[in-house]
Design a protein around this ligand. Sequence first.
Ligand code: ATP
Ligand code: PRP
Ligand code: NIO
Length: 500
Amino acid sequence: MESSIGATEGQERPTLAYALLTDLYQLTMAQGYWACDKLDEEACFHMFFRETPFKGGFAVACGTSQLAEMIDGFHFSEDDLAYLGGLDAPGGGKLFDPAFLDYLRDLRLSVDVDAVPEGTMVFPMEPIVRVTGPIMQCQLLETALLNCVNFQTLIATKAARVCLAAQAPVAEFGLRRAQGAGGSLWASRASIVGGCASTSNVMAGKMFDLPVSGTHAHSWVMAFDDELTAFREYARIFPKNCVLLVDTYDVKQGIENAITVGLEMRAAGERLSGIRIDSGDLAWLARYARERLDAAGLTDCGIVLSNDLDEHTIASIRAQGAQVSSWGVGTKLACAYDQPSLGGVYKLSATRMPGDERWTGRLKVSEQSAKLTLPGVLDVRRYVWGDGKLAGDMVFDVNEPVNAEGVIIDPADILRQKRLGELSYRTLLAPLARDGASVLSAEERSATSARERTMAGLEELDESQKRLLNPHSYPVGLEEGLWHRRARMASDLRGCRGVV
Ligand SMILES: Nc1ncnc2c1ncn2[C@@H]1O[C@H](COP(=O)(O)OP(=O)(O)OP(=O)(O)O)[C@@H](O)[C@H]1O
Ligand SMILES: O=P(O)(O)OC[C@H]1O[C@H](OP(=O)(O)OP(=O)(O)O)[C@H](O)[C@@H]1O
Ligand SMILES: O=C(O)c1cccnc1
């Protein structure tokens, strides 16, 4: 089935050709590599970010399931090639050489991709995705890879923050305000990965096998002559799924009407699941509603709150003593309202000539040491204390020895060091694609399985790393030898003395 928005999980395989989901310069560079005989030169790129989003202490990796689909769906269709063939060069003539377009027609990816599984806690300056293979192919994947991993990691992280604050099920309600159809679908999926219990987005539910849920809108109440009739009708039609929205006209009266219907449902052997409050002072109204519901004997009727919520308003409302059974969170989650983008980058870090065994580390040096890239073919060791909490992460070169004491050094500050050698560790990057084809199982692509990893990952963090305000930063360092190799390379490239 041809899809214009995204691809599906499960049996339906993607047929969307993702090759043109790229910046033009990737394709012109590709023609350059083809023209100067670099097709057999290999490269290693890493994707990483430099700062955790939302001034938080962690991020939740997400987006690699879509990346796997992009890799499997990567090819240039005849239509794509005709489009590229028609592009004019600004100075005259055609932009692309027809012989290069013929080459693209038969191009099949042969890259290897390794990535942290979705739902893994990730931190600044550590590789989340590693791509190795012919340099031109690595380059052709850059833009689409960043597009899906940056966006979905951002939303999954926001969802995790909202869910940590809520400490009760959160339904994602963002579709109507999300960034277009495609953005909404992946935002809904990422929200589930980050910890949401359900989404209101039905297409995302079908495509990604996500739990869906919903209540009703104010228009339902307004469509009847009075609120009580509207509530009774809703309860009659959906006795097993009845949450009544009580703030269309007057919240206090709405609560009384809901109580009337709740008692009628009870008499008929049914249960009013909850009421939803969507305006006003949500903490005060939730406390008031709880008292009234309890006084009427409807102690099993829950309270759902919604209206422009995020992790901060939720934390505040809970601190004011509201007992909330679930939350509906839309705009500020699906649009990552306070930080609309994660600044993840994809940097060349090693190259290898045809026939060579060894990789040569590559480094980009800019004016600030904080912007130095990471040379080598890298992975991450995650060290764990005896009590199961995380101790710190070591970024290391897989082709170099790791110092026996497990010393890590902050990438930007040689004075910040840790010794982790005594502790047990696990390695984070796992195969995502081999020889240009995804190797992820259905379970590894599942959003709900990723949500379990998110829950387990959050358990491993210290409370101080999860707090909303000024969280403690999690230690990530370069393996000692890697730190010094990088410093020497930077000095050599800039002709400086000493270390950076
Ligand atoms: N007790 C509370 N503590 C902190 N924030 C709250 C509390 N009650 C509501 N809020 C938040 O305050 C904001 C109130 O916004 P606003 O004034 O637009 O709501 P409203 O009065 O219900 O109007 P509207 O009907 O337009 O939504 C929302 O973001 C809401 O989540
Ligand atoms: O507030 P959000 O977190 O985005 O959650 C989704 C909102 O969408 C609906 O109302 P909508 O905003 O469409 O209209 P209303 O505010 O007039 O009810 C719903 O009642 C929520 O308030
Ligand atoms: O089901 C709901 O209550 C809902 C869905 C989308 C947006 N606002 C509310």
